[in-house]
Design a protein around this ligand. Structure first.
Ligand SMILES: NC(=O)c1ccc[n+]([C@@H]2O[C@H](COP(=O)([O-])OP(=O)(O)OC[C@H]3O[C@@H](n4cnc5c(N)ncnc54)[C@H](OP(=O)(O)O)[C@@H]3O)[C@@H](O)[C@H]2O)c1
Length: 361
């Protein structure tokens, strides 16, 4: 029998679900044994379900083709087959909240990509390099749910991954104000150009809910556990505009920062490239060796050249320079469906396994 942990993917037929399946092919610790999606897909093989809508640029893994897809709503049937699940379903917020807790209550840990539980006070929202210690709030959540091993953990929104890690590396210089504009890829909406031809040569200056997430989620990640919940921090002030651009994969962020104590450019670059956390210390399978790279060329980072840095798990930064109104400005880039979605969740699950929260049932 395989020693690997058995994993179910809720929403396995969608854009993020497919990315989970591609990333978990040959994973050393996890094996996809179960896939669930909407009632429309239930009962068909995975290959039948995604025929004509496989969106990855690597072929569909052989091992999943003949898995018969289950209905996400049949919680007991899915939970009985797996040690934990990844969640990437497109349902209403209330439905997702309820179904993720229902899985947790079957003693099945849920590592979610969805935003539904990001502000549930005892649910950790984690970028493993930044706030691995927030997983400790799980003990309080388990008490509330009445579980011994079931819980929900989430990763933050894709939009913040191109700048929040950089600002974390700079927290010792006390950033006070941040202005960020994100240029976000269409895969962030679960789409390709085939599904969304109107995006070719186009820009749309609105992504529902994205600006609030981009401004508030970093504050929760930098927060602390107090009285059994995560209490967000209050600094720096962040304001944002989020814009959809005609790019398939890769969210870019153009950022201005003001500091309490203005550091030198050299100090900022050193802090960025040396920044690391639990995934590097624990040598987790999906951890980038270097989390943030700094590119000196004036025309970098570029989506085409840099989005796959460290297999899509690293952040590329360039154009750091002094500003006339703020102290500094820079441009960051990250892969929105790898680091920003499925890859970020896989790294969270690896951390949870290393910390002893995810085990064999
Ligand atoms: N794309 C990104 O970069 C990204 C990043 C962060 C977070 N997210 C979040 O992740 C979730 C999935 O995003 P996506 O882009 O992968 O969406 P998607 O491509 O539209 O996939 C949606 C998945 O949910 C399933 N589903 C839809 N309606 C359902 C229902 N009523 N009951 C049960 N399952 C249902 C679909 O199954 P069928 O195939 O059977 O319809 C499919 O597996 C969303 O909440 C999204 O906001 C996405």
């Amino acid at each position: 029998m395989s020693e690997k942990l058995k994993v179910g993917i809720l929403g396995g037929t969608g854009m993020v679900g497919q990315r989970f399946i591609a990333l978990l092919e040959n994973h050393p610790w996890f094996e996809v044994t179960t896939i669930a999606a909407s009632p429309r897909s239930a009962g068909k093989t995975y290959a039948e379900c995604v025929e004509g809508r496989w969106k990855m640029d690597t072929p569909m893994p052989e091992a999943v083709k003949n898995i018969v897809v289950k209905n996400v709503n049949e919680v007991e049937a899915v939970a009985s087959e797996v040690d934990f699940v990844f969640s990437a379903v497109d349902m209403t917020k209330d439905e997702i909240k309820a179904i993720e807790e229902a899985y947790a209550k079957t003693e099945t840990p849920v590592v979610s990509n969805n935003s539904a539980h990001r502000w549930t006070p005892d649910v950790p929202m984690v970028v493993p390099e930044i706030n691995a210690e927030h997983m400790k709030v799980i003990e309080f959540q388990k008490k509330r749910l009445g579980t011994t091993r079931g819980f929900v953990a989430v990763k933050p929104n894709c939009s913040i991954q191109s700048y929040a890690p950089v600002l974390t590396a700079w927290r010792k210089f006390e950033p006070t104000e941040v202005v960020v504009t994100t240029y976000q890829a269409i895969s962030g909406a679960g789409k390709t150009f085939k599904d969304w031809p109107e995006m070719e040569g186009n820009i749309i200056p609105y992504i529902g809910g994205e600006e609030e997430k981009s401004e508030k989620e970093p504050l929760r990640i930098w927060g602390e556990i107090k009285d059994g919940v995560i209490e967000p921090t209050t600094w720096p002030l962040i304001t944002s505009q989020c814009i959809r651009v005609p790019v398939l994969n890769g969210h870019t962020a153009a950022v201005f920062v003001k500091f309490k104590q203005k550091p030198s450019k050299e100090e900022l670059i050193k802090a960025m490239v040396e920044f690391k956390g639990a995934p590097q210390e624990l040598d987790l399978p999906s951890a980038p060796k270097q989390f943030i790279q700094y590119l000196e060329e004036d025309n970098r980072p570029q989506v085409q050249l840099d989005v796959n840095y460290e297999n899509g798990m690293g952040i590329s930064v360039g154009r750091l320079r002094e500003d006339t109104i703020y102290d500094y400005k820079f441009v960051g880039l990250s892969h929105n469906t790898v680091r920003g979605a499925a890859g970020g969740a896989v790294l969270c699950a690896e951390l949870l396994k290393a910390q002893g929260y995810i085990t064999k049932k």
